[in-house]
Design a protein around this ligand. Structure first.
Ligand code: NDP
Ligand code: 2IT
Length: 444
């Protein structure tokens, strides 16, 4: 049995009931085989065993009282996965589906994503099974304050810097920051995605979606093509999806569909992103309302149907495993040429295989959605330097980072004889830097 297979088998046995974590590890370690062959010293140093074991996992109780006086208890998590190249960095997810397996898969992905940005940030992730849907602002604040009352002792601007993810946006970061500052009496860059009036960075809100489209644009450009006139389907209608749509349309594409967890809208004239922003960012409503306001749009219950819409480019921007084998086959049959993952692990292993067999240009999450965390690192730099860069400055840095990541993963895939396999390219390019840092730091 190879070293990689042995580590995967041990991981499965030692972490029962963690399918998402196992899925992410299988994809990553599977593509590292040629790297491991060139570096026998990694096995002697048990590098992979250490790589898949978080440095620290914090799990805690989050009690809070709703507006009716009822007491609730949620689970809180922070997985501090790997600090070889910098302080732990990664988002917080508030969603009822959150469990240890999901936070660990996200944390593992984050290590390599953060490495790919070229910036000094390690990997971490956290969250809660709290469901923000339907809660009042007061309840959200109470929950965030309780969550931070435990989390604050584990994080710090040079230790661990959380940010947003599903269910955690500007409002939640504000409440979390307020409570951290109150407990520590420190106004520092301990969270990113902060408001512009208290240490945030321009472009952070737009960064993941914009970055995704910048990478897709570069992939098209390298093939003598562009976004002009392309038909695009974007899943989700949250932070990542909205700014992916905005940038894709600004660069000449037509985005025809989006969804939330209830159903999808199809607008053959092209989505009016201002209407989506109004519904989602201002009113916190449902995507169904778009079809009530825009005549050219239809609404369909359920999510999966979105992948039956013919498109040139698919950008899944909602959640893990939203494109399975069947949906991938449908997309291929309908002529999709590019898939860029805005969400984390939105395509199943079987779905990825379908795209790769069909020659679809597949831009994997840890590369394609790295623009968010990269801009978080730019926010950290501005906080430490007590500086504030213009929109244009940050946007240019973001674009340069995305173009760089694209070429780094392209080069790594070629260097290991797998040209065009960006899953392997991203894993290898991200891993080499982390492995080098871990080897240099001894057995820790
Ligand atoms: P938001 O909470 O802003 O939006 C999430 C969107 O996805 C909503 O439209 C939501 O619908 C939908 N969604 C969530 N879960 C499901 C589900 N189980 N089935 C169907 N739809 C679902 O989150 P973000 O936009 O921030 O995050 C989206 C994805 O991007 C996640 O995978 C996240 O990890 C990833 N990501 C985020 C980054 C960031 O900077 N925010 C950076 C890099 C990656 P509904 O409202 O109905 O729940
Ligand atoms: O998955 C991700 O990269 C994020 N949710 C953003 C993390 C961050 O620290 O900005």
């Amino acid at each position: 049995m190879s070293y990689v297979e042995r580590v995967l088998q041990e991981l499965k046995a030692k972490n029962p009931g963690e399918p998402e974590f196992y899925q992410a590890a299988t994809e990553i370690l599977g593509s590292l085989k040629p790297v491991i062959e060139r570096h026998p010293e990694y096995e002697q140093a048990a590098l992979l065993e250490r790589f898949v074991e978080p440095e620290r996992v914090v799990m805690f109780r989050v009690p809070w009282v709703d507006d009716g006086g009822h007491v609730h208890v949620n689970k809180g998590y922070r997985v501090q996965f790997n600090s070889a190249i910098g302080p732990y960095k990664g988002g917080l997810r508030f969603h009822p589906s959150v469990n240890l397996s999901i936070i660990k898969f996200l944390g593992l992905e984050q290590i390599l994503k953060n490495s790919l940005t070229g910036l000094p940030i390690g990997g971490g992730k956290g969250g809660s099974d709290f469901d923000p849907k339907g809660k009042s602002d007061n309840e959200i604040m109470k929950f965030c304050q309780s969550f931070m009352t435990e989390l604050f002792r584990h994080i710090g601007q040079d230790t661990d810097v959380p940010a947003g993810d599903i269910g955690v946006g500007g409002r939640e970061i504000g409440f979390l920051f307020g409570q951290y500052k109150r407990l520590k009496n420190e106004h520092v860059g301990v969270l990113t995605g902060r408001g512009l009036s208290y240490g945030g960075s321009l472009v952070r809100k737009e960064a993941t979606g914009y970055g995704l489209v910048y990478m897709a644009e570069e992939a098209l450009k390298c093939r003598g093509d562009s976004l002009k006139g392309k038909t695009v389907v974007v899943s989700g209608s949250g932070n990542v999806a909205i700014y992916a749509v905005e940038k894709a349309q600004a660069l000449g594409a037509k985005v025809v569909a989006m969804y939330d967890s209830n159903g999808y809208i199809y607008d053959k004239k092209g989505i009016d992103v201002a209407v989506v922003k109004q519904i989602k960012e201002v009113e916190r409503g449902r995507i169904r309302e778009y079809a009530e306001r825009v005549k050219s749009a239809e609404y369909h219950e359920g999510c999966r149907g979105i992948w039956t819409i013919p498109c040139d480019i698919a950008l899944p921007c909602a959640t893990q495993n939203e494109i399975d084998e069947e949906s991938a086959k449908k997309l291929v049959a309908n002529g999709v040429k590019y898939v860029g993952e805005g969400a984390n692990m939105p395509t199943t292993l079987e779905g990825i295989a379908v795209f790769q067999r069909a020659g679809v240009v597949f831009l994997p999450a840890k590369a394609a959605n790295a623009g968010g965390v990269a801009t978080s690192a730019l926010e950290m730099a501005q906080s430490s330097g007590r500086m504030f860069w213009t929109f244009e400055e940050v946007d240019k840095k973001l674009k340069d980072i995305m173009v760089n990541i694209y070429h780094n993963m392209d080069d790594a895939a070629k260097a290991y004889g797998m040209a065009g396999d960006y899953v392997a390219g991203a894993n290898i390019a991200g891993f080499l830097k982390v492995a080098d840092a871990m080897m240099a730091q001894g057995i820790v």
